[in-house]
Design a protein around this ligand. Structure first.
Ligand code: MLT
Length: 424
C-alpha cells in the first residue's frame, strides 16, 4: 500500500482511476485540436467542416416565435416560472407522446417520458442505475460515449493491444456483414443500439431488430436504444421507435433528441423513454422497476430543462413547426445524397446517407483512417471523422456529415472532384 492511502481514510485525495484508463481525449476534442493546429499553421485556409455532426440551419421560425413568447412570460410576474419538474413539463411530454408515439400506434404514460438536455447526457448517465457486474455489448464501430462512460464507471476491464476492452462484447458492423450486428454468443445484460446508426448511417429492418428484442427478453437483458436520428428515416421498413417491435416495452429504453431533428444542438433538449415494464433485478433476484430508478436519479441530479427551451421544443409539434423541420431535414438529406453520389462517382465505397445524415466510406488503397483524415485536411481543407475513432472495426473507414450548409457541401464536392488546388 502506498503512502497515498493508509486504509483508514487516506492522506491524499484519490481520483477515480478509471478515468486514467480512457484514451487521451474524447474523439471530437482530438479532431478539434488537430484542426486548430492546422488553421494556426494555415491561417488563410477555408476549412469545410464535415466532421462533428453539428447542425448549421437556424432554428425554425415556429420555434423562435415560441421561445420569444416564453421569454416574455418569464418577464411577467403573472406568468413567471421558477423551478420546473425535473422530468419535464406535461405540455411537452403530452406532445411527444401524441406526435412521436401514438401516431405510430405506441401508447406511453406521461411518467414514462423524461425530458432532458441531450441524448449524449442520457446515454452516458443511464449506465449509472445499473450494477457494475453487468456485461455490456456495443456495436463496433460505435458512438464513443457509450463506451467511455462505462470505462469511467469501471465496467469495461482493461484495454488490449487491439484497442478493445476486455469486458465489453463487441458486435462488428462492417461492409462484409452489411452492417448488421450478430447476436452475442454469451450472455450480456446491457446492449447499446443506435439506429439509424451513428457513425455508419445504416439501419436495421423490423425483422432484424425483433431478434434483439427477443434476445433481451430471453436473457433478461436491457436494450439502450439511441434513436437520435429517427427523423432522417426515409424508407418504409425502418423502425422509428424500438417500441414498434412487439415485446420491446419490457426490455428497451429509448433515447431521442431535438438536436438533429429540429436544430437544437445549441439549444439542448431531448428525452428518454422508460416504460414501466422495463425490469432490472437485485443481486438477490428481486425485480425492480427501472423507470423508478431513473426518476430517482433525475430528481436528485438533474435540474430539468429550462421552461423557455421546453416551450421551443413544444413548437416543433405545431403544424408550422412540423413543416419547417421537415424542410430542414430534406435540406440535409439533399446534402447527404450529393456527398454520397460524389464519393461513388470517384470510385469510393460509400454507405449510409439514405436514412441518416452520415456517409460512411471505405478509405482508398487500404489507407488508415487518421492518414485519410490528414490527407483530406491538408490537401482539400475538408474535415471529416476517422472511422477508427468509433472503434477498431472503424479502421479503414471515414465519416462525413451532411450537416454543413448547402454551399459548403457543394464546395467540398467541387474540391474533391477537381484537381487539387492551393487556393482553398
Ligand atoms: C457526432 O458527430 O457523432 C455527434 O455530434 C455526436 C453528438 O451528437 O454528440
Amino acid at each position: 500500500m502506498s503512502d497515498a492511502y493508509n486504509g483508514f481514510g487516506g492522506i491524499m485525495t484519490i481520483v477515480n482511476e478509471n478515468y486514467l484508463k480512457l484514451p487521451g481525449s474524447y474523439l471530437f476534442s482530438e479532431i478539434g485540436k488537430r484542426v486548430h493546429k492546422f488553421t494556426e499553421e494555415n491561417p488563410d485556409a477555408k476549412i469545410i467542416r464535415l466532421g462533428i455532426g453539428d447542425v448549421t440551419r437556424p432554428l425554425a421560425p415556429a420555434v423562435i416565435e415560441a421561445m420569444h413568447k416564453a421569454v416574455d412570460e418569464m418577464a411577467d410576474e403573472k406568468t413567471f416560472r421558477g423551478y420546473g419538474p425535473e422530468q419535464g413539463y406535461s405540455f411537452l411530454i403530452e406532445k411527444i407522446i401524441r406526435f412521436d408515439y401514438e401516431s405510430r400506434g405506441i401508447n406511453l404514460g406521461v411518467d414514462e417520458v423524461f425530458v432532458s438536455d441531450g441524448s449524449k447526457i442520457d446515454t452516458g448517465n443511464i449506465q449509472e442505475i445499473f450494477g457494475l457486474e453487468n456485461k455490456i455489448a456495443v456495436t463496433d464501430p460505435v458512438y464513443p460515449v457509450y463506451i467511455d462512460t462505462n470505462v469511467m464507471a469501471g465496467r469495461t476491464g482493461t484495454m488490449g493491444m487491439d484497442g478493445k476492452w476486455s469486458d465489453i462484447t463487441y458486435l462488428p458492423c462492417t461492409a462484409e456483414n452489411g452492417f448488421v450486428p450478430v447476436l452475442p454468443e454469451g450472455k450480456v445484460q446491457m446492449i447499446y443500439l443506435c439506429l439509424p446508426n451513428n457513425p455508419t448511417g445504416t439501419t436495421l429492418s423490423k425483422t432484424e431488430l425483433k431478434k434483439w428484442v427477443d434476445y433481451a427478453k430471453t436473457n433478461k437483458a436491457i436494450i439502450l436504444f439511441d434513436s437520435a436520428y429517427e427523423a432522417y428515416i426515409q424508407e418504409d421498413d425502418v423502425p422509428h421507435s424500438i417500441y414498434e417491435i412487439e415485446g420491446a416495452r419490457e426490455v428497451a429504453i429509448e433515447f431521442r433528441s431535438f438536436s438533429k431533428t429540429a436544430g437544437f444542438t445549441g439549444t439542448r433538449c431531448a428525452y428518454t423513454v422508460i416504460p414501466k415494464e422495463v425490469t432490472g433485478y437485485t443481486s438477490a433476484g428481486d425485480s425492480v422497476e427501472v423507470n423508478k430508478l431513473w426518476n430517482r436519479r433525475q430528481t436528485t441530479k438533474f435540474n430539468g430543462v429550462p421552461y423557455i427551451i421546453q416551450r421551443a421544443a413544444e413548437a416543433v409539434y405545431s403544424e408550422a413547426g412540423q413543416a419547417q423541420i421537415k424542410e430542414q431535414i430534406n435540406y440535409y438529406m439533399k446534402n447527404a445524397k450529393a456527398i454520397k453520389e460524389c464519393l461513388e462517382g470517384l470510385g469510393y465505397k460509400a454507405f449510409g446517407g439514405i436514412n441518416a445524415p452520415y456517409i460512411w466510406l471505405k478509405t482508398p488503397d487500404g489507407m488508415d483512417s487518421w492518414s485519410f483524415f490528414d490527407k483530406l485536411l491538408s490537401e482539400y481543407h475538408i474535415v471529416g471523422t476517422p472511422g477508427v475513432g468509433f472503434g477498431p472495426n472503424g479502421e479503414g473507414y471515414f465519416r462525413l456529415t451532411a450537416f454543413a450548409s448547402k454551399d459548403s457541401t457543394d464546395e467540398a464536392i467541387k474540391r474533391l472532384t477537381s484537381p487539387i488546388s492551393t487556393s482553398y
